[in-house]
Design a protein around this ligand. Structure first.
Ligand SMILES: [Cu+2]
Length: 132
């Protein structure tokens, strides 16, 4: 009689410990997993955005300021500033219209060489494209 009651008490005790352990484990899994996933996806998007044939115009700067591409590559400039900018080759090979915010300009570099560009509105903005 006495051992039977002690046995029941032990089963109840073990059962509640097991439930506590499972719920604690789930709690940890639920709080850590969703936190890590979006951060990893953001990091991947950033690497994709910096494509090798694109130059971003932001904060009155061409980024990257030096770009190397293969002959036949079309380079795309995108202005993210609220101010208009232009893309001008100092040798007169090409000259874009004023690019408003989020406007893009493209030029295909067929011949190898070193091409200097600047902004016609802010001539201190410069970049160099090397075509191999
Ligand atoms: Cu400019």
């Amino acid at each position: 009689m006495l051992t039977n009651m002690m046995g029941r008490a032990l089963v109840i005790l073990l059962g509640s410990v097991a439930i506590l352990a499972v719920s604690a484990g789930l709690g940890v899994a639920q709080t850590t997993m969703p936190m890590q996933m979006p951060m990893q996806m953001k990091a991947q998007k950033q690497t994709v955005a910096s494509t090798p044939n694109a130059i971003v115009i932001k904060n009155f700067m061409f980024t990257p300021m030096e770009l190397t591409v293969k002959a036949g590559t079309t380079v795309t400039w995108k202005n993210l500033d609220g101010e208009p900018h232009t893309v001008v080759n100092d040798a007169g090979l090409f000259r874009s219209a004023a690019l408003d915010q989020n406007d893009t300009y493209q030029f295909k570099f067929d011949k190898p060489g070193v091409y200097k560009i600047f902004c016609g509105i802010h001539p201190n903005m410069k970049a160099t494209i090397t075509v191999q």
